[in-house]
Design a binder for this molecule. Structure first.
Ligand SMILES: [Ca+2]
Length: 334
């Protein structure tokens, strides 16, 4: 879950903030993540924002699809990579590093149809954009068999490129969504990445000292969640796992808690256990009487999630005692 923070910080401070309150600065692994990231930003804010990507000193060859490092059976031509570019073309079944601004035909990978060769010459980045829009991505080549499919082709861009960036959480994941001219070797002191202010919202590099809003991911630790366990009985006259009955009971509890002072922005829900049920028959050893038809079992498996924005009153005060014996309070988190 992405969280937009509309306050300006340096990249390092933003990272500290995200780690303290959420999990980390935003990590992006797929085009779907890109779309979610873009919609996370407040509509009223048009500037650039930090994401959790920063430069490291060393480059390594990785695939555009992001899911793997270079194959063990790498197919470099002897003498390659020769250091004359950060993108890779396949020619006669071997790989050559090449300037990314060279225009070449390219090979996309399509989830349904496999390799798709496109004979329109483009820069590597434009070819990558094209493949992501029309197919899945620029092709990864992970076996000699796949390379053989290209052995009779003239020069084609493949998905391999030299990457020297790393995610804040150290995940080895190489999905990138750079602006056409980024990352740029001429911007050597711009070692942190953000989502740019352009319409495309692709990524650009900035000085890490720049102060700008940022996007974190993870659950908000400031939202306190309280879990209470309830024991209910209807003497065999109902099925407590009937969803409509659960809704009715929950609404009654909400009504009661509100009358006791629960604020309206707090949310209550039933917590399902792994089997999908909310209520479980009390175990025989714990059953207090054979009149209990449905009740809660399992230590630390309470059934009500109460994630309020602030602390819920420590001890619910009520002049109506009928709910009180049914609830147990757990320690609020955070
Ligand atoms: Ca070369």
């Amino acid at each position: 879950m992405y969280q937009f923070m509309n306050q300006s910080m340096t990249w390092l401070d933003a990272q500290r903030y995200c780690r303290a309150r959420f999990t980390d600065l935003a990590v992006v692994m797929t085009m779907n993540d890109v779309r979610r990231l873009v919609t996370t930003v407040d509509p009223g804010y048009n500037g650039s924002v930090w994401i959790g990507l920063r430069a490291v000193g060393v480059g390594r060859w990785v695939w555009s699809m992001g899911d793997s490092t270079i194959s063990q059976d790498s197919m470099w031509n002897p003498g390659e990579p020769s250091g004359d570019g950060e993108c890779v073309r396949s020619f006669n079944g071997s790989w050559y590093d090449e300037s990314c601004s060279t225009v070449l035909p390219f090979v996309c990978f399509n989830d349904s149809t496999g390799f798709v060769i496109n004979n329109t010459a483009m820069t590597w980045r434009d070819a990558q954009s094209y493949c992501r829009q029309q197919h899945t991505d620029l092709a990864s080549i992970s076996s000699p068999e796949q390379q053989n499919l290209l052995s009779n082709e003239s020069s084609l861009w493949i998905g391999l490129f030299l990457d020297s960036w790393v995610w804040s959480n150290q995940w080895s994941y190489f999905f990138r969504y750079w602006e056409a001219d980024q990352p740029s070797l001429s911007l050597v002191s711009s070692n942190c990445a953000g989502m740019s202010a352009t319409d495309s919202r692709k990524w650009a590099q900035y000085s890490c000292d720049l102060k700008q809003p940022f996007i974190c991911y993870g659950d908000d630790k400031l939202i306190k969640k309280q879990i209470v366990r309830v024991k209910l009985s209807c003497n065999g006259k109902c099925t407590l796992n009937d969803p409509s009955l659960q809704t009715t009971i929950l609404n009654e509890i909400i009504k009661k808690l509100k009358s006791m002072g629960l604020e309206s922005d707090r949310k209550l829900s039933w917590r399902k256990e792994q089997d999908g049920d909310v209520f479980h028959q009390e175990r025989k050893s714990r059953a207090s009487s054979n009149t209990v038809c449905n009740s809660v079992t399992g230590r630390n498996e309470p059934l009500l999630n109460v994630p309020p924005q602030g602390a819920y009153p420590e001890t619910p005060q009520t002049d109506n005692k009928q709910w009180e014996p049914l609830m147990q309070q757990s320690q609020p988190s955070g």
